[in-house]
Ligand binder design. Structure first.
Ligand SMILES: [Zn+2]
Length: 185
């Protein structure tokens, strides 16, 4: 990865022109940074904070050095889970959720900076699609088609935590799809 720009915006309120003539809602340009970890830096710059509730998101899609990147900022999903195996399985499907957003967000290529891209659809429609992708992942995807619960094997703590995650994903997915006027799952 080449030189990238790094932004910090604790308040999220100010709008400033970047050195590239692009107006974005992130102030305090820190400067170009080489070879940094996009997701880690995004968290340091509080890009993970959801403006709707002021809390850090589990995951998100960011533009970093002109490229879309899926980030997982909280391992273990909605609770989050503590069991190592459960975390790994759950995080894999959080990634499936974030990756599904790629086709619904604006292109990063023309804007060489570091931010969360705007959606090209209303939020509920985007979340409905993403939760459906996450649900499919939890139910098992090719090549092995193993469900998240099957992947726990005989680990009962893993199964319990994965089941809790499935329930919460279903609850959130149902709400988003209902608001979007679409079926779930
Ligand atoms: Zn989402």
């Amino acid at each position: 990865m080449g030189a990238s720009l790094r932004w910090s915006d604790p308040s999220g309120l100010l709008t400033e022109k970047t050195p590239f003539g692009v107006t974005c809602q992130i102030k305090d340009w820190i400067g170009p940074v080489n070879n940094f970890n996009c997701c880690e830096e995004a968290k340091k710059g509080q890009i993970d904070i959801n403006p709707l509730n002021g809390k850090g998101d589990i995951g998100g899609v960011i533009c970093c050095d002109g490229q879309l990147v899926s980030c997982i900022w909280i391992s273990g999903g909605t609770k989050p889970a503590k069991n190592g195996k459960a975390k790994e399985i759950i995080d894999g499907c959080v990634r499936a959720h974030e990756d599904r957003h790629w086709q619904d967000v604006e292109d990063c290529k023309t804007v060489r900076n570091y931010h969360r891209p705007n959606g090209t659809w209303p939020p509920n429609i985007m979340e409905c699609s993403a939760y459906k992708a996450q649900y499919k992942c939890l139910m098992g995807l090719p090549p092995d088609n193993k469900s998240a619960l099957e992947k726990c094997g005989t680990d009962v703590v893993c199964k319990k935590e994965v089941q809790d995650e499935i329930n919460e994903v279903n609850r959130r997915g149902t709400l988003a799809c209902k608001a979007a006027g679409e079926p779930y799952p």
